[in-house]
Ligand binder design. Sequence first.
Ligand code: ZN
Length: 331
Amino acid sequence: MVLDDIVGQKNIVRDIKNSLLNKRIAHAYLFCGPDGVGKSIAASILAMTLNCKAKGLDPCGRCPSCIRAQSGNHPDIIHFRAKNRSGSKQSISVDDIRDLQADMQKKPYENGVKVYIIHDAEKMTEQAQNALLKVLEEPPEKMVIILLTYNMYSILSTIISRCRVMKFTRAPERDIEAYLIDKAGVSAEQARYLAALSDGILKNALDFMDSDDLKAARNEIIELSRNIKYCDKIDALYSVEYFINNKDGIDKILDIMMSFYRDMMIFKECADKRLLINLDKAGMIQDECPKYTVGSLYNIIKSIKETARKIRLNVNYQLAIESMLLNIWEG
Ligand SMILES: [Zn+2]
């Protein structure tokens, strides 16, 4: 992996390369952003680059240091993760940070830079954060700490002010689509809907790609949506059962439904298959869309969005779904 392989984080990649180029590496970084957007990979690549014998802007992948890092056995690249505590809670305790602190006093094994990558940094207790703050106030030479978190607000502002903060964002759909086609060998048709359903997170797209269950579920959801138009009111309401049985995946289900009705609306307006998310269903979408008006599709999409919002607000789940099904049936 090289920095340019990180999908949809061009600004971050540029900043990291600039600091390597200008030899202005900070003692501490805070990588924040949603899970699955590349924080951990970026940290690993930076750690490898700082220790690479070739001294380039990316790890060479061939020197002894890079080879050791790739196998996960580099003595100076330390991944630190929260530990399981009593109950099912995970945390990083003050003792954990003190252990790290003791380790930091030892010189790097290979005359390189010791890099500590602290995953899920939001799991540090307040005491742990205060202990870490002491380290950041007087950082040892030849050492870099990289904190990874999805929630910057759980980190003490005194720590944040001592870190170079890099904000990872959700990737543009087109970047995810291009990655899936170029690097993951996915067909253009599949890449389109995987990217659309990924929520800007490459990991979601890859998980979806690898899961036959998810793919089958997508077909099932699109088929269910299509059928609502053909059944009577009572049967339309009976399909609430599917939503009750799959409550955990409701966000994804609603996303898939929305993409289906969105495609029909787009096709009605533009008659251009290239604009569809569900490219693999283009034939069916073309056949189905004359049965709706643009106005009714718009109302259905609005109703699905509203349902997603209501569910987030914890309203009566079954009631919210039933009213959506009726809206679709009437559409
Ligand atoms: Zn190397």
